[in-house]
Design a protein around this ligand. Structure first.
Ligand SMILES: [Zn+2]
Length: 276
């Protein structure tokens, strides 16, 4: 699907429990003069075939590089197979270079740096924005001229993201919100077009802040263990997998609040209390 003059998406209908709304790989640039690919998907026949079919439907453009958003398997797992069909250099966060070189054997993997301008093709540049939080190797990419943000797993199209480090994540969200964005191209879920695309990052930030306030409220009322906070904040009907993700997010919020000295752990019963 063509999203803008220089952006095409390939949608993988994996609509799994972990990826509500399916997954997306993006091709950016000029079909006639050269493109970059963003992410390489899972090491799975359905994913790989869908991506290669999408590439074929663009007319097998020259691919000048594969940009990786982060080092999770559903973004790098298919890389080796994809590169055997589409030969291109790989670019990723410096902390991911060693792992990808190991995965790909002899292939050289190039580090990209924060705030680096990457020339895609004539008139098209992507800006790399380091966005740790979901994962420490996470990078988002931005096309200023088209106001498009490729958000990887930092902002998703059809659900909220899981977060490993909430302090880093919130800083990353504020970095993203400093750019004028009209369209969000997430790695999972639906592409968010204008006018909704412009509202998604602020909405995500607001949702996190609301959640943080809810957690502080729960602790203030004496609901003070991770388990009881999860139960209070999320629907009690959460299935097991979602409950694990919800628990991770609550733990990430609590770690941030401890770091900021808003709450502390009671050393006697290990519950959380507000720092007054
Ligand atoms: Zn993912």
């Amino acid at each position: 699907m063509q999203i803008s003059p220089h952006v095409y998406s390939v949608h993988i209908d994996d609509d799994s429990f972990f990826h509500p709304g399916g997954s997306n790989i993006f091709f950016v640039g000029n079909v006639s003069s050269g493109m970059f690919m963003i992410d390489a998907g899972e090491n799975d026949a359905k994913w790989i075939n869908t991506i290669l079919n999408g590439y074929a439907s663009l007319g097998h453009p020259t691919i000048n590089g594969v940009l990786i958003t982060h080092g999770h398997n559903d973004h790098i797992g298919g890389l080796k197979h994809i590169l055997s069909e589409i030969d291109a250099p790989v670019f990723c966060h410096p902390k991911l270079v060693g792992r990808l070189e190991k995965l790909l054997g002899s292939k050289v993997v190039n580090p990209i740096f924060d705030n680096q301008s990457i020339a895609i093709s004539e008139g098209v540049n992507l800006l790399s924005i380091f966005t740790p939080g979901h994962d420490e190797t996470h990078v988002c990419y931005y096309i200023n001229a088209e106001e498009i943000m490729f958000t990887g797993d930092t902002v998703l199209g059809s659900s909220s993201s899981t977060v490993q480090d909430m302090s880093a994540y919130m800083d990353s969200m504020h970095r993203l919100s400093a750019h004028k964005v009209s369209t969000i191209c997430p790695a999972h879920g639906k592409v968010c077009l204008p006018p909704d695309g412009g509202r998604l990052i602020p909405k995500y930030i607001e949702n996190r802040l609301n959640r943080e306030r809810a957690i502080i409220g729960s602790i203030g009322r004496g609901i003070n263990t991770v388990e009881s906070i999860v139960q209070e904040i999320y629907s009690p009907q959460l299935n097991k997998g979602l409950k694990a993700a919800a628990t991770r997010n609550i733990v990430a919020h609590l770690e941030k609040l401890v770091k900021e000295k808003v709450v502390r752990k009671n050393p006697i019963n290990l519950g959380y209390v507000l720092v007054s």
